[in-house]
Design a protein. Sequence first.
Length: 296
Amino acid sequence: MSQPVINRLSETEQQYTVKDFKSDLKPVWCSGCGDFGILTALVQSFAKLGIPRDEIATITGIGCSSRLPGYLSTYGFNSLHGRAVPIAGGVKLANPNTMVIASGGDGDGFSIGAGHLPHAVRRNIDITYIVMDNFVYGLTKGQASPTTPLDDKTASTTYGSIEPPLNMCGFVHAYNCGFIARTHSGDIKQMVSVFMEGLQYPGFAFIQVFSPCVTFRGNGEYAAVKQMVGQLPEDYDNSNREAAWKIIESKDPYYTGVIYRNDNLPSFHDRINGMREKAKAKGTKSVDELFAIFRP
């Protein structure tokens, strides 16, 4: 099995701070946006893990939350709408030693990008996917998104949304995602804990973050989110797949924390390495050896 990313502070004797991972760009998110908290928790996680910034890559699609790479001093790529996950997978396959984070909003990931997600999950590519869920399309002025609550009035649902909201965690759990977590941007301490565990998980890690949009959903959104979430029961076993279903389906409260973790799933990279060993055993030539045959 792949080994999780380890804290390298003992190896490098280099102490990192959050400033090491923030760029000079000032975020242009609206005042009060939950994404500020996510940015804060993410850079704290990087600093605590002790990972050099040139070994981190952040890939996003399009949307308010997808501006994230510009505010980090790590490698980053702002890609096309809904394409963060496949591009992040490509980055990881090209350089397996890189810690790769895909990030985006609920619309970016579960509307136009939803077709990519099941395949990244079933392959168990070693990336962490953080979805900033604000229940609305913020960048395009407040239309209903895949997670907008039923009956909510938005710019595109004048009489209230008639579409039931999609359950993100249930979606990825159905495809046997090995790491599923939920948190919210009003709890920095919990976010840091969840992010650090997800970043170190040796496979596809999915993290849903409730991230209030005060511009299009009102100033009371933080209070509403805090009221609807709750901590996992003390005796909860997050390695139990069946128990995880009950937690995921709960709406009163929406449980936060690491909901499911399976450490027995081989990653895509494990399978690739196994295939390489089989090819070597059969005497199959490497790419370099094949090129050498045709070089003058």
